[in-house]
Design a protein around this ligand. Structure first.
Ligand code: UT7
Length: 355
């Protein structure tokens, strides 16, 4: 009988995960601290979202700085110091123009490689994985550094309790290399989608050509991040569930053969609803949002690294990644977890990195 956890010989080319690195900035912001600043409470935030604390950068630190830290750790984790391309997913680039990725590539000493940003908000990391896998399968690159990095603290309205209690800063990165579909770590397929008819559910309304070409003067209030939480909640559950189901069907994986569900860390109630929908035990849903909040494009790699460090993610396990966010945009991918050594910097939790 074939072992459902071991892919059968499959020589097709694939993008394979070889290294994982993460970085959180030093400043922890607890629910208690926020409840001193706005009309909220630790109890409300914990019971409605599952979040206990998150990390925010100190003034002067930007997304590119976090991306460099995570990227360097991913390269170390993979044991390499060169790549053929850098793909950075972010909603909070250092500047509206140019992209942040070329600066990150230069800071990492990676030379004149192609480097560009992906804008798919909280689904950004899965979109960036698909994009990097495309570069590899098209023969454009043999090795790609994929980074998800955010400084949401720079776009949150400090007076908006609907968003200010939810989002955190951080970065995570992986190294993908050309390999075979039957290797552990091979990305086995993707399901991606969007619904621009609901673009206004998650938005920074001002600062773009829509506002500027309308002749409207710059409006500082319009540069803050906004979210219609309740409507987003429903869309998150249905989109991540539907996308995951489509991918699992294509792979021939039944829900109960998935060892770990690593969903976008927005709300523990969403993660449990998606697990229920897919027939995956809730205990198999990785949760680290209690410690880092919603870190948007950085969420999936941070969850992977924390789970691996805690022993909740082991080589040979079947892992389903699924994410959802503004756009609306969503995406899923799957892999068998490889025997890698994540290099993780978590300011208040011990490191588990052994070179
Ligand atoms: O990362 C991209 C994807 N994002 C998501 O997936 C987020 C999805 N949405 C959510 O996770 C939830 O909708 C939230 C956590 C954002 C909000 O939770 P909710 O249970 O949907 O709350 P709500 O917005 O319906 O608000 C319920 C009540 C309201 O008071 P009333 O009208 O019932 O009196 C809010 O004013 O809770 C109030 N409220 C708060 N109270 C204390 C809203 N935010 C807060 C707060 N502290 N921070």
């Amino acid at each position: 009988m074939t072992d459902p956890h071991r892919p059968e010989a499959d020589a097709r080319p694939a993008a394979v995960l070889r290294g994982l690195g993460t970085f959180l900035p030093p400043r922890v912001v607890t629910n208690h601290e926020l409840s001193e600043r706005m009309d909220t409470s630790d109890e409300w935030i914990r019971t409605r979202t599952g979040i206990r604390e998150r990390y925010w950068v100190e003034p002067g630190t930007a997304t590119g700085d976090l991306a460099v830290e995570a990227g360097a750790r991913a390269l170390k984790s993979a044991g390499v110091d060169t790549v053929d391309a850098v793909v950075l997913a972010t909603t909070t680039p250092d500047h509206p123009c140019p992209a942040t990725a070329p600066w990150v590539a230069a800071r990492l000493g990676l030379g004149r490689v192609p480097a560009y940003d992906i804008a798919a908000v909280c689904a950004g990391f899965v979109y960036a994985l698909a994009n990097a896998a495309g570069l590899i399968l098209a023969g454009v690159a043999d090795r790609v550094l994929v980074i998800g990095a955010e400084t949401y603290s720079s776009i949150l309205d400090p007076a908006d309790r609907n968003t200010a209690v939810i989002f955190g800063d951080g970065a995570g990165a992986v190294v993908l290399e050309a390999g075979r579909a039957d290797e552990p770590g091979a990305l086995l397929g993707f399901d991606l989608g969007s619904d621009g008819g609901q673009h206004d559910l998650i938005a920074i309304p001002g600062g773009g050509s829509r506002q500027r070409s309308g002749g409207n003067p710059p409006d500082p209030a319009g540069s803050y991040f906004t979210m219609q939480g309740k409507r987003v909640f429903v869309q998150a559950v249905t989109s991540m569930g539907g996308s995951s189901r489509a991918l699992l069907e294509r792979l021939g994986w039944a829900g109960d053969t998935v060892d770990r569900l690593v969903g976008h860390q927005a709300n523990v109630r969403i993660l449990h609803a998606v697990a229920d929908d897919l027939g995956i035990d809730r205990e198999r849903a990785i949760v680290n949002l209690d410690r880092v909040g919603n870190t948007s494009a950085a969420s999936i790699p941070l969850a992977l690294a924390d789970a691996a460090a805690a022993g909740d993610l082991r080589p040979g396990e079947r892992v389903l990644l699924t994410a959802f966010g503004g756009g609306l945009a969503w995406g899923s991918t799957a892999l068998v977890w490889p025997d890698i050594n994540p290099n993780r910097h978590h300011p208040t939790r011990p490191e588990r990195w052994t070179p």
